[in-house]
Each structure stands twice: as C-alpha cells, then as structure tokens.
Write a protein that binds this ligand. Structure first.
Ligand code: 13P
Ligand code: SF4
Length: 305
C-alpha cells in the first residue's frame, strides 16, 4: 500500500464508521491530511466538544485523548498510538499538587492542559498555551498557583502584572532544552528572520522573540506575515508544515532539540489499524476522574470563549 492508498482507505473507513479524526499540529503531514480538524490543544478541545460523529480518533498524546473523552462522555474515543504520552503531563501527581496547595492557601489552582486527568480533578481550571493569558485574567482570584510549567506560568504572569503567581518546577523537556545562546546563534545565522516561539520555552528565549504563541498561533502568524524568513522555536514538525503552506517563504528550526519523540510516534498505519478495530487504545477513565476533570476542563471552555 502506498501512503496515498492508505490515506484513501482511511477517508473511506472514517466515513463508513462515523468517526472524526482530530490531529494535533505537531503530527506528520501524512496524518494532518486525513484529519477532520487540526490545531493546537485548545482548538482540539473545542472541536472535540462540537464533533457530530459518534467516535473520535485522536492523533496526538494521551492527555489530549483524555480531554476529548471527558468533553464527550457519550462518544467512543481512541488514542491512535497508545504509547504517545507527554512527559510534562506525567511530572506532577494529584498528591504532589495537594501538598503544594497547602503551601498556598487562598490561591486558585490553574493547571496547564498538559497534565493527567487525575491531576485536573485537584484544580480549579485548566488552560492551554493559547488560552492561558485570557483565562488567568478572567479569573476572580488575583492569586494564581500555576502548574506544572514555570516557563508558560512566567510568560502569563508577565502579561498580567496586577496578579500574583506562584509557579512550580516542571516543564517541557524539549522546549526547556533551548538556550538563549542557541537562539542568539540562530539569529546571527539568519539575521532577516523573525523569531516565533512557544511559551513553553525559557524566558531567556521568549524575551528575544518577535512573536510568542501556541502552535496554531505560530502557524497563523507566519502565514499572515509579510516577512520572508522565520526561525521556529517549537516542535520541528511546524517547520515542515509551514514549508508546505508557504512554499515562497523560508523556515529554519531554532534547535534540533525541538523534536518531540512522543508526538512523532503516531503513524498513518496506527490510524488505519484503529479504524479497522485492531489498534489504538479506547480511552476509559474512572467515573470520579471523568467528573472531577470535567469541571476543570469545562470551566476552561467557558472562560476561554
Ligand atoms: P499547543 O497548546 O500550542 O498546541 O501546545 C501543546 C504542546 O504540547 C506544546 O508542546
Ligand atoms: Fe509534551 Fe513537550 Fe511533547 Fe508538547 S513538545 S507533547 S509539552 S513533551
């Protein structure tokens, strides 16, 4: 079977079985082409809540499939590759957050969506990289305990100086790798390029950027911009996607470290096998986790607009 044959078979099967395919922007070009919706974590959550189909296959990482299931308890949801997790999401357990909350009485607990569903049961609201600033601003509370990513937390805190933020020490092992010095070298090599970075990068990186935003934000900025060259400071798949959508422009990765092994796991064949009923993992969560995490995720959707 060629890539194209398999894509055609997937398109036929998903229609026949009434299944919607959601793919995160970090997925491969071959997977994005067969998806009903592609986007950042926030876009996928919103789309999951609206999808008319009876089933959803999520191409991305585990917390995204869990979020999709929690927003669609009546639907069957599969993670196309069961091994695809997010190392950041595994960093903090509910017990660790309970202990941390005791040190910050009176703070509203805000969890990045890159966390487990079990952890979300302990939080007041969750946020994504594209909704974090507007949601933290909209919260009644002026004291925010932001977990687990201190880089995103600090970026949000800088946009809302009137609120007090307490941060934790987690973070994305990939985005954290990029240093300010590496970025300076990349800028020197491409002096005309605009620097677009994800807020999971360290402050010494975001402070040099021309634009800081989510994966979809970076794609949209580069597509609309009149500039011709861009340095991309997020997972390197975004460099490839931009080369397809804007072949007349030049895109350079800021660092080879920005390769997320988990996001790379899902293949077209995984999607095909899941549709055939011989692959993927159906997401089934305990009722207490479904209820507890739904409160926090639904609040994000309400506040995020
Ligand atoms: P987005 O919210 O921008 O999609 O980011 C998700 C992610 O995992 C970034 O590393
Ligand atoms: Fe998780 Fe980082 Fe991979 Fe995003 S890039 S899925 S935060 S490990």
């Amino acid at each position: 079977m060629t890539v194209r044959d398999m894509q055609e078979e997937i398109l036929r099967l998903k229609k026949e079985k009434d299944i919607c395919i959601l793919a995160h922007a970090y997925q491969s070009q071959a997977v994005l082409e067969i998806a009903d919706f592609t986007g950042d974590s926030y876009g996928l959550s919103r789309q999951a809540a609206q999808a008319p189909q009876q089933g959803v296959i999520l191409c991305g990482v585990r917390f995204m499939a869990e979020t999709c299931k929690i927003l669609n308890p009546e639907k069957r949801v599969w993670l196309a590759n069961p091994m695809a997790g997010c190392p950041m999401a595994e960093q903090m357990t509910p017990e660790m957050l309970r202990e941390l909350k005791e040190q910050y009485p009176g703070y509203t607990a805000v969890a990045y969506i890159n966390t487990t569903s079990a952890l979300k049961t302990e939080c007041d609201v969750c946020v994504t990289s594209s909704s974090a600033v507007s949601i933290c601003r909209a919260l009644d509370s002026d004291k925010i305990l932001f977990v687990p990513d201190p880089n995103l937390g600090q970026y949000v805190a800088e946009q809302i100086p009137e609120k007090t933020f307490a941060l934790w020490h987690g973070g994305c092992p990939r985005h954290m790798e990029v240093s300010g010095e590496e970025v300076r070298r990349a800028r020197a090599a491409h002096p005309e390029a605009l620097l677009l970075v994800h807020p999971e990068c360290r402050p010494e990186v975001t402070e040099q950027a021309d634009y800081v935003g989510s994966t979809t934000g970076i794609l949209a900025f580069a597509e609309k911009s009149e500039a011709r060259e861009f340095l991309i400071g997020t997972e390197n798949s975004i460099v490839e996607h931009l080369q397809f959508s804007c072949p007349e422009k030049q895109f350079y990765p800021v660092s080879p470290a920005l390769t997320c092994a988990d996001m790379k796991l899902t293949t077209l064949a995984d999607v095909y096998r899941t549709l055939e009923g011989r692959g993927g993992e159906e997401i089934i969560l305990p009722a207490s986790v479904m209820e507890g995490a739904a409160r926090c995720i639904r609040r994000m959707v309400e506040l995020g607009g």
